[in-house]
Design a protein around this ligand. Structure first.
Ligand code: HSE
Length: 370
């Protein structure tokens, strides 16, 4: 299988490359690397291979691929995918952008959950397999068992989303903001006697100053938060919030009879793990121990964190989960609200299960089918 990679040096692309090397995925394919800016140049890959970059904007070179994996972003998909298909290209298109997700002839891929449907779609001749929104995929992996057993009546997901979801430049800006705040307070911090209200005032002054670096986020994030992610749909909902219900139900094959998924998406100062406080209503009263069992047995990445302070602080944070494929879920309680309402809190690496891993596994499914 000739597989073309586009956008493989960006943030999601680099994580995809790391995972593919770790899982020896390159051994089963012929990989061709494309570039939008350095076509014709030779580069040394992580594994020492020298490769000549092809032109990611040259349709004739792309047409030769059996599959294309793009981590280049939605603008590239918009520009390239339609014309390629119009030229009669029959290869598999795999990407992580939202551009094609809701198209009727594309699948959103999250194979621990919709493996059977993915295989049916391949048999059916579908060719576009698209990774889901990161918060949606991570929420679904966490609640997988309850969705599978058709126990979920509705979900509210209040998110705490990391800088990485906004892009590499945003991760850099978050650190610059942290550094800028530290710079202005370091003399006061050096002395244990430093007046904390004075420190607080210096911090605020810096965060509100013209020179505070906010070019990417448009607002201070370090020491603050931003309760809006993605575009404004004009009806009080952000596009990020809209995606949760739309994509969950597409993945579950329930577009005709959707499970309501609602919430508020918030950017916080974490680097690359998205966290979510979930409230959900079950169709029946299920003891908490049973809920924990259903959740923990659903897939090999989810694990239940005991709902006590020590376990929660140790195991349920971006710091403990980052760079792992684990999807811990904790804070599970039946709430003191009538009607089978439960809470949970989950954390997942936005660049792994939230972006690169579903694409890597989709390619693997295609390769394994031969
Ligand atoms: N839209 C997500 C975010 C990124 O901004 O965090 C991945 O879907």
């Amino acid at each position: 299988m000739q597989v073309g990679f586009v956008g493989w040096r960006g943030m999601v692309g680099s994580v995809l490359m790391q995972r593919m090397v770790a899982e020896k995925d390159f051994e089963n394919i012929t990989s061709i690397f494309f570039s939008t800016s350095q076509a014709g140049q030779s580069v040394t890959m992580r594994d020492g291979r020298e490769v000549l970059l092809k032109d990611a904007n040259d349709e004739s070179q792309l047409l030769e691929m059996d599959a294309i994996i793009s981590c280049q972003g939605g603008d590239y998909t918009k520009k390239i995918h339609g014309p390629l298909r119009a030229s009669g290209w029959q290869g598999y298109w795999i990407d992580a952008a939202s551009t094609l997700r809701m198209a009727s002839n594309s699948m959103i891929v999250l194979d621990p959950i919709n493996n059977v449907d993915i295989k049916l779609a391949i048999d059916d001749g579908k060719k576009d397999f698209i990774g889901g929104n990161c918060t949606t995929s991570l929420m679904m992996l966490a609640l997988h068992g309850l969705f599978r057993d058709e126990l979920v009546e509705w979900v509210s997901a209040m998110t705490y989303q990391a800088a990485s979801g906004a892009g590499a430049q945003n991760m850099r800006e978050l650190i610059q903001q942290m550094g800028s705040i530290h710079d202005v307070t370091k003399n006061e911090l050096a002395s244990a006697e430093g007046d904390v209200l004075e420190i607080d005032s210096l911090v605020l002054e810096r965060m509100r100053a013209q020179e505070f670096p906010t070019e990417q986020f448009g607002a201070p994030l370090a020491g603050s938060l931003i309760p809006w992610i993605d575009s404004d749909l004009g009806d009080g909902q952000s596009r990020e919030e809209w995606k949760a219900q739309a994509e969950t139900n597409k993945i579950l094959g329930r577009q005709e009879n959707p499970i309501p998924v609602e919430g508020i998406c918030v950017r916080i100062g974490a680097m690359r793990c998205h966290s979510q406080a979930l409230t959900f209503k079950l169709t029946e009263s299920v003891p908490v121990l049973e809920v924990e069992k259903i959740l923990s047995e659903a897939n090999e990445w989810v694990s239940v964190v005991p709902n006590d302070k020590l376990s929660t602080v140790a195991m349920l944070s971006p710091t403990s989960v980052t760079r792992t494929l684990d999807v811990p879920v904790g804070r599970i309680r039946k709430l003191n609200i009538p009607g089978n309402i439960y809470s949970a809190f989950t954390v997942g690496d936005q660049l792994l299960w939230g972006a690169a891993e579903p694409l890597r596994r989709m390619l693997r499914i295609l390769v394994d089918r031969g």
